[in-house]
Design a protein around this ligand. Structure first.
Ligand code: CO8
Length: 281
């Protein structure tokens, strides 16, 4: 698929979506957000795609937020429309029936942090930086950040980040539960020593980082897409209703799982002491 601001590729049942505006640190302008929606819909409809990775092009930034130059021209009507549209698109990501992984390779600020939070799982490079700095621009988060951050890390910590605009490290994000894991992969020379750039800083090994993310994802993919989908659906739909209703959703999907070939295969493989071969049926 061809986009102006995204790179989209499918390999080994994984669709990788790269936000591709490195000169603007992959900031999200309206066109990019619209393209992201098309890419997510394509991944959702493509039976060859069992999982999605969202990342940023280059080794500096995942997404440094909404495009501030474009944002600056908004009046109240456009601002609200822009926020609502972005929220819908990010909701489409979080409601996708396939796992969506944010591979955070640098700045995840403002709309970038919100994009990462809309994904199901977040893996970060150790040099990544997170924050909701919108208050410093005279706005607040508009792509779900005020809602998803408290749900992920708790109200007190979320409020502190939302109203201070503080930028935190990947390690701190991991401690807060904002990211699932942190990977430490740097470009090294023949002696295994990190290669330093002109500013004397280590250079992120982007391919190495994505390989670590894919290694994690391969464990998820080994379970077959149907039960993964059911588990995602039970947890996500349950999150917006009462415990009773959520458990009913869980029981319904549990019953449905019991009708699948993968259920027969998984239980037989256990009993026969062999590795299960799931077909996703
Ligand atoms: N928008 C547009 N351009 C950007 C953005 C951005 N968010 N971030 C960086 N850039 C551009 C810079 O303007 C610069 O371009 P140029 O070379 O043409 O001047 C280029 O990227 C490189 O950036 P810097 O020179 O600033 O690089 P530094 O290494 O010095 O700094 C930072 C990196 C710290 C990431 C810095 O660029 C920065 O602070 N960026 C802005 C981060 C930010 O505030 N993000 C939040 C934006 S608001 C938002 O996301 C709201 C989301 C909800 C919207 C709801 C719809 C209404």
């Amino acid at each position: 698929m061809d986009f102006n601001n995204l790179l989209y590729e499918v390999a080994d049942n994984i669709a990788t979506i790269k936000i591709n505006r490195p000169k603007a640190l992959n900031a999200l302008n309206a066109e990019t957000v619209n393209e992201l929606y098309s890419a997510i819909r394509s991944a959702g409809f493509d039976d060859d795609v069992h999982a999605v990775i969202i990342t940023g092009e280059g080794n500096r930034s995942f997404v440094a937020g909404a495009d501030i130059k474009e944002l600056a021209t908004n009046g109240p009507i456009e601002g609200k429309d822009f926020a609502v549209r972005g929220q819908r698109i990010f909701n489409a990501i979080s409601m996708l029936k396939k796992p969506v992984i944010a591979a955070i390779n640098g700045f995840a600020l403002g709309g970038g942090c919100e994009l990462a939070m809309a994904c199901h799982i977040r893996y970060a490079h150790t040099s990544a930086k997170f924050g909701q700095p919108e208050v410093g621009l005279g706005i607040i988060p508009g792509y779900g950040g005020t809602q998803r951050l408290p749900r992920l890390i708790g109200m007190g910590l979320a409020l502190e980040l939302l109203i201070s605009g503080e930028i935190i490290s990947a390690q701190r994000a991991y401690e807060l539960g904002l990211v699932n894991a942190v990977f430490d992969s740097w470009v090294v020379d023949d002696n295994g020593e990190p290669v330093l750039n002109e500013k004397g800083r280590k250079t992120m090994d982007v391919e190495g980082f994505l390989a670590e993310v894919k290694k994690k994802l391969s464990v998820i993919l080994s379970h077959g897409p149907v039960v993964v989908r059911f588990a995602l659906e039970a947890a996500r739909r349950g999150a917006s209703c009462s415990l009773d209703e959520g458990q009913r959703i869980e029981a319904d999907l549990f019953g449905l799982a019991c009708t699948t070939d993968d259920f027969k295969e998984g239980t037989s493989a256990f009993i026969e002491k062999r590795k299960a071969e799931f077909k996703g049926k």
